[in-house]
Design a protein around this ligand. Structure first.
Ligand SMILES: [Zn+2]
Length: 299
């Protein structure tokens, strides 16, 4: 039997919000079994559960909302919690966005290593995909199909010479998440940065927390992986699928998808009768995974 897990102790960090550009303090705290992952906006006294039912926006990042209060850019932190196997935790934030840090999930993985994990006295259940479900929108698709473990196969293609085609398929475990996904950073096109800023977004964005793609190449000196872009999309998908509220036994097959499609296919699974059930999982062991070796973002 595998048990739900929470943090061993409280950890904290401070950073700026990608879109607001303002400093935010983040605290991660242990929580009782069945608490799930909940964000607490300590500045306004509202708690926001990290579930599909609380999605409040998916424009460039995933925002959760409850009682008129929102918390933005949750997906990299949720990816790290899911990727390392944390089921129950309280996330305190004193502003409207999770800090962007270096634009990846690696700093959150390091924080979680610092916190340590401990099992709770309640068995952990998985959502098992029994029948394939699919969402198609324009040339974009996201499909969930049965699989004995949690796997993601992702293909991206953009109208840019550097990014015509990247594809990667991998089984998501604490080790593969830590080594192959967590360090992959957010990316954006230089041509879009101006537009985002005009609409009041990406005000905290810089080469310190995003890979920026110009006409002929990336503006940052170095990528962390040759295919960092598709790896980041998989990281985003892990964070969005975390909103299911249980770890997944299934395979996500995504082509040119994004936050909205990740959530839509998860929602479709839950609302399709007979497409899933809840089963105790043979989940990853509690053995610690080495913290990721970080290359400086612009060294
Ligand atoms: Zn992202």
């Amino acid at each position: 039997m595998v048990y739900r897990r929470t943090l061993r102790r409280e950890v904290a960090c401070t950073g700026i919000g990608l879109h607001s550009g303002r400093p935010v303090r983040l605290r991660l705290l242990p929580a009782p079994a069945e608490h799930g992952i909940r964000f607490a906006r300590t500045d306004v006294g509202v708690e926001i559960p990290a579930t599909l039912g609380h999605i409040g926006g998916q424009d460039h990042a995933t925002t959760l909302r409850h009682e008129g209060v929102s918390i933005g850019t949750v997906e990299h932190l949720l990816g790290a919690l899911y990727g390392l196997g944390v089921d129950d935790a309280r996330v305190e934030v004193d502003g409207p966005e999770v800090p962007v840090l270096d634009g990846s999930a690696a700093p959150f993985v390091i924080l979680l290593h610092e916190a340590g994990l401990r099992p709770l006295a309640v068995p952990r259940l998985h959502i098992r995909v029994k029948e394939a479900v699919e969402v198609v929108h324009g040339g974009k698709t996201a499909r969930l199909v049965p699989c004995d473990h949690f796997e993601i196969a992702y293909t991206i293609g953009f109208d840019h010479p550097l990014l015509r085609h990247q594809a990667l398929s991998l089984r998501v475990t604490p080790r593969s998440f830590t080594e192959a996904l967590a360090p992959a950073r957010t990316f954006g096109f230089l041509r879009e940065v101006e537009m985002l800023r005009k609409s009041g977004l990406a005000l905290g964005g810089s080469l310190e927390n995003a890979v920026v793609i110009g006409e002929t190449g990336v503006l940052n000196n170095k990528l962390r992986f040759e295919d960092e872009f598709v790896r980041h999309k998989i990281l985003d998908a892990v964070g969005d699928l975390a909103l299911l509220g249980h770890p997944l036994l299934g395979r996500l097959e995504a082509t040119k998808a994004g936050h909205a499609l990740h959530a839509a296919v998860a929602q479709k699974l839950l609302t399709t009768g007979g497409a899933w059930d809840l089963v105790p999982g043979g989940a990853p062991a509690l053995s610690p995974v080495a913290a990721p070796a970080l290359h400086p973002a612009s060294a």
